[in-house]
Design a protein around this ligand. Sequence first.
Ligand SMILES: [Fe+2]
Length: 239
Amino acid sequence: MARIAVADGVHRLVATPHQEGWNAAACQHVQAAVQNLQRELNLNGIPLSLSSGMELLVTHDLLQTSDDERAHTLNGSRYILLELPAFDYPLYTAEVIFSLQLRGLVPILAHPERNAVIQDDIGCAVRLLQRGVLMQVSADSLSPAADRAVRRCAQELLRRGLVHLLASDAHNASRRAPRLAAGVQAAARIVGSERAQAMVTRIPEAILADRELDMAAIAAPTPRRWWLRLFGSHHDVEG
Ligand SMILES: [Fe+2]
């Protein structure tokens, strides 16, 4: 997987295993495993820099405070990666987000395009963004091989300027490999190459360095001309 990532142009990668609820022991385990893997990469001359994080399912457990919240964030920053269940939009989602924000954390929602409720009502994603949530679309979701509803939703999120980050959602070296380049190209056709590049360079760099992001500046809707609006959907189907 590391070799695939490097060949695809990735230099830095955050390992974010799935997690439910606060679990400091699991975080320590992941951090130790990531450090071991980094040593292996260095010994094998693979130029990839690893950081650790978690992908936390939105559950009501997150309403409780934990002394170890920062152990669960991306590279120990204020940014915390969340995911929704695939077919459900829990009623306590807004409450979880607010409670994390009260503790100084900035939620990032992983693959909003895969959530059935957001697919049906993009307004859900708009409201999350208005509440200060960053959106991370999976690069694979923009591939012609992706599920049709997932791909349409990912494209619509991009078109509306609701996306801050592109990520690989890598799970293995075959079907869900750590590749980004094709997704960046597909995103560039919708938001332009500068913004698509920022989603895999400038913005994640700021996140991993725990810098504050100017949300309005990085995700303002792309101004569109009337002829693009008329013909835009054709380009997207081809892309
Ligand atoms: Fe996920």
